[in-house]
Each structure stands twice: as C-alpha cells, then as structure tokens.
Design a protein around this ligand. Structure first.
Ligand code: FAD
Length: 295
C-alpha cells in the first residue's frame, strides 16, 4: 500500500547532485537547464567533477562558482592529485577558498588518457589521503572522499581499501561518497564492515540512474562495480527504444533508493550526468519536492 512506502518513513531524505563541467556552449545550456530544474529541491550541496589530469581546471572552477553564486546551493569542487605538483594543487584549492568555495571532494584521480597505470606525479600528492592532509593545511575546507562498496579495483584487498578509507577520514574528511553500485547486498556488507571499522562519518550512497546500459557495462568493468544479470535482463531488447529505457532507468534507481531508505539511509548523492529528468523523478518518489507554491 502506498501508505507503507519507505519514502514516507520518519526522517527526511537529503540529496546532493553531481555534475560535470560542460565542454561546449550547447552542453552549457543543457547543464543550466538541469541545474534550474533541480535547484528547487534544495540539495545539501552540488558538486562538479574534475577532468583527467586537470584538463577541466578552469571549467570546473567556473561551474562551481557559478552554481554557488547563482543558485545559493553550497557547491563542492572535485580535485585530484593527477599530473600536478603539490604547489599547483594547493593554488587551485586556494583560489576556491578565495572564491568562497568551502567544500572539496578530494580524489586521487584516474591516470590521464594514454597512461594505463596510475603514477604519482613527482612532487605531487601521491594518493587521496595525502591530498586531504594537504588541503587541510591550505584552509579549513569541508572535505568529502570516495568510497568503494565493492572495493577499488587497484586495492590489494577489501581490508586495505577500508583502511585507506579510514585513513582519509582520520586525515580530515567528514563524508564519503560511494562509487555507484547496483548490488544492494554488496552495499550492505560494506556498510557492516564500515561500522565494524569504527567509521562514523556519513557514507553517502552514490546513485547512477542508468539509461545507456552498454556504456555502463563498459565503465563498470573499469571501476569495479558489479553489473548483475537482472540489470542486463531489464535492458534486453531496448537498444532502439530510448523512451522505455528511460522509464526502466527511473524505476530501477528508485527501487534501489527505496530499499536503501528502508535500511535507514537518509542521504543520496546522484550522478546526474547533467540531466534533470531521471534525478528529479527519483527525488520526487523519495519525497524530495520543491517548496509548495502559495496561492
Ligand atoms: P585513493 O583513496 O587514493 O585510492 C586509490 C587506490 O590506491 C585504492 O586502491 C587504494 O586502496 C590504494 N592506495 C591508497 N593509498 C595507497 C598507498 N599508500 N599505497 C598503495 N596503494 C594505496 N576521478 C576524477 O578524475 N575526477 C573526478 O572528479 C572524480 N570524481 C569522483 C567522485 C566519486 C564520488 C568517486 C567515487 C570517484 C570519482 N573519481 C573521479 C574517480 C577516482 O578518481 C578513481 O576512482 C580513482 O581511481 C581513485 O580515487 P580515490 O580518491 O578513491 O583514490
């Protein structure tokens, strides 16, 4: 019955939205249309990714500062260790602080295009934990870091990956945002291990509404996310049917969120891919709505 929907459970849901910096004028327009649609949902924050090797440095900066100044939503800048010295990274962070940005999502980053393995930059921050420490010396940023429910693919063991997460929190991070996942049992096992490790900061599930199944399958292999057979089955036969794919995407992500909600999760981070429709729908189902218009 709708009345027993987990979304109607006591404590309110909080959401955050992730965007990537637009490359073209046209992408810029669709990003802003998405931001304008999602902003009335009053997210806790909106974050903007940082392209491989700092390739989006200016665009990330411009997008982050514009979101904060034009919507009033607290904006977070992603920052990575890749292809830059500590001084260069610190200068990027200082510029954020000077522009009023107080929240950084601190990441190691993936190897730049062409490189197969991650190599710390000589004179750079080797890993995310080092970046967190360095950022705390630049200014008193709020820092979020990445977490991997199914383990980061380069980690030597799940325990080593968990130790790394703990180290990032001990270094000053106050929130972790998870890699996207579809297997809720893997997430629940991770949750138990996080709790057993004495980690008490929020670990926010990262939600990716999937419309392009082939692309996600390819990407998931690289980032260590399991793509369950049931998900492949849901998209089977829909290659030429984008409309149904979109409805399946919203339904599938909303089901995952409802199950997480029933587990007691209150915070959700959406990988929006710069589109509003799916994220807005899922938020609506979770009870996250724009303020009611007064007559
Ligand atoms: P780390 O926490 O440094 O861990 C990386 C790996 O190294 C792990 O396997 C860890 O166990 C291992 N490790 C840590 N310390 C050591 C050590 N001392 N010795 C040996 N191994 C060690 N990428 C981007 O380029 N731009 C983005 O904007 C971006 N945003 C993201 C947002 C989220 C929420 C997530 C989940 C990922 C994002 N990524 C982004 C991807 C991320 O950069 C990659 O997943 C990257 O491979 C790992 O980054 P990390 O911060 O988790 O690294």
């Amino acid at each position: 019955a709708p009345n027993s929907s987990p979304a109607s459970a006591s404590s309110p849901v909080r959401v955050s939205f992730e965007f990537f910096p637009p490359k073209t004028e046209k992408m810029q327009e669709s990003l802003w249309a998405a931001i304008e649609r999602l902003a009335p949902l009053a997210p806790s924050f909106a974050s903007v990714t940082y392209g491989a090797g700092g390739s989006t440095r200016e665009r990330t900066h411009d997008t982050v500062t514009r979101i904060q100044s034009e919507t009033g939503i607290p904006a977070a800048a992603h920052l990575t260790c890749v292809a830059a010295t500590r001084d260069e990274v610190n200068a990027v962070a200082q510029a954020y602080w000077n522009a009023g940005i107080r929240h950084i999502v601190a990441l190691r980053g993936d190897p730049p295009e062409g490189a197969s393995r991650y190599q710390p930059h000589p004179g750079g921050y080797p890993f995310a934990v080092d970046l967190v420490r360095g950022l705390k010396e630049v200014a008193d940023f709020e820092i979020s870091v990445a977490a991997y429910p199914e383990m980061h693919p380069e980690a030597s063991s799940p325990q080593a990956d968990l130790d790394n997460l703990k180290a990032k929190i001990d270094a000053g991070a106050t929130r972790a945002i998870s890699q996207y996942f579809f297997d809720i049992d893997a997430w629940r096992r991770f949750r138990d291990r996080v709790a057993a490790a004495g980690i008490t900061v929020p670990i926010v599930p990262g939600i990716l509404p999937v419309t392009n199944f082939a692309q996600v399958q390819k990407f998931s292999a690289a980032c260590g996310t399991t793509v369950p057979a049931w998900l492949a089955d849901r998209f089977e036969g829909l290659d030429d049917d984008p409309e149904t794919r979109k409805l399946v995407a919203a339904t599938t992500a909303a089901e995952l969120c409802e199950a997480l909600r029933a587990d007691g999760e209150q915070d959700f981070h959406f990988y929006t891919l710069n589109r509003a429709d799916l994220t807005f729908t899922i938020c609506h189902i979770l009870g996250v709505r724009p303020p009611k218009k007064t007559a």
